[in-house]
Ligand binder design. Structure first.
Ligand code: GRG
Length: 295
């Protein structure tokens, strides 16, 4: 895992430098908006989606430099979704990434605009990425807009989640919500790296199969952490799922059975990777990281 720690440190350094370049400086008007965006982006997120994208791209021989704009775009979309998810009209949360949520710090209207602006900055970064051909840029814009929008993307998953609150959901309903709300952007991150690396059709299908499992695993561990970890470790409010009557894996199966399920899915994800004739060590280590993560 020392190798993975080094990898994460490198991803954090490179992706944060790219984000810093792509996001207007806090001294540029309107200052309040740019301060709000930077408050949420540079609050110490794990950068797991950029890490997946970069690990996938490197698996197919792409240099980090050619992956950074896409990795930063995915992180900007993710951060916008966190800002909007925390709003009073959605999850109504006060704490995110270990600090006050964007609307608590800057007010609701500015938080909405910060999320909106992050989304458009993300698509600008994809369109303006001179490291890639025009054809690849358009392919990525299509992939990432589908993953973050509707139907079957993050926004539709969020709507299904809101609709399901307080209702008895089947495990199939729960999986559909997670596949869209959390899984779609993780899947797109892995596929984007492989697409930039011109992976073959078979390789793309395998990466997709792996990434769908990784996304599910990420959500299952998120549900487990909500029950088992403390607010200080998570940097967001623990126990939120139960207090807002959310359907979760531990709520449905119990903690022990959910842990067994996570171990089984991670083995299946690793099996997918073992069929690719490339060095997939970092992607495999990332799978283990998702299972063992503490926040
Ligand atoms: C508002 C359109 C819209 C979508 C919101 C991301 C999301 C969809 C909701 C967040 C609610 C939530 C806790 C989902 C569970 C999984 C998840 C996305 C956790 C947060 O992602 P991490 O752990 O966060 O990667 P960091 O802060 O490390 O980047």
């Amino acid at each position: 895992m020392a190798v993975l720690e080094e990898f994460f440190a490198e991803v954090r350094h490179e992706v944060d430098a790219t984000l810093d370049k792509l996001i207007p400086d806090a001294r540029v008007a309107p200052i309040r908006l740019h301060e709000a965006i930077r408050w949420s982006v540079f609050a110490g997120g794990k950068r797991i989606r950029p890490a997946i994208l970069i690990a996938s791209g490197r698996t197919f021989g792409v240099s980090t430099a050619d992956l950074l704009y896409t990795a930063a775009a995915v992180e900007m979309i993710h951060t916008y979704s966190l800002i909007h998810d925390d709003l009073p009209s959605m999850d109504d949360d006060d704490l995110r990434r270990g600090r006050a949520t964007c609307h608590k710090q800057f007010g609701e209207a500015t938080a909405i605009l910060a999320g909106d602006a992050l989304q458009t900055l993300a698509f600008k970064a994809l369109a303006d990425n001179i490291h890639l051909t025009a054809e690849t840029r358009v392919r990525l814009i299509s992939l990432i807009s589908q993953a973050s929008g509707t139907p079957n993307g993050m926004v539709s998953g969020q709507q299904l989640d809101l609709d399901g609150e307080g209702n008895e959901l089947s495990i199939a309903d729960l999986e559909q919500i997670h596949r869209q709300k959390t899984g779609a952007l993780i899947r797109a991150s892995a596929i984007a790296g492989a697409a930039i690396g011109n992976a073959t059709g078979d390789e793309m299908a395998t990466i997709e199969s792996y990434a769908v499992k990784l996304g599910l695993l990420f959500q299952i561990t998120d549900d487990l952490l909500d029950v088992t970890a403390a607010t200080e470790t998570l940097g967001k409010t623990a126990g939120k799922d139960a207090s807002s009557s959310k359907a979760t894996y531990p709520g449905h199966y119990g903690v022990k059975a959910t842990q067994v399920m996570a171990a089984k899915i991670s083995i299946e994800a690793l099996n997918d990777l073992s069929t690719i004739r490339r060095d997939t060590t970092v992607l495999a280590d990332l799978t283990a990281f998702v299972v063992k993560r503490k926040n």
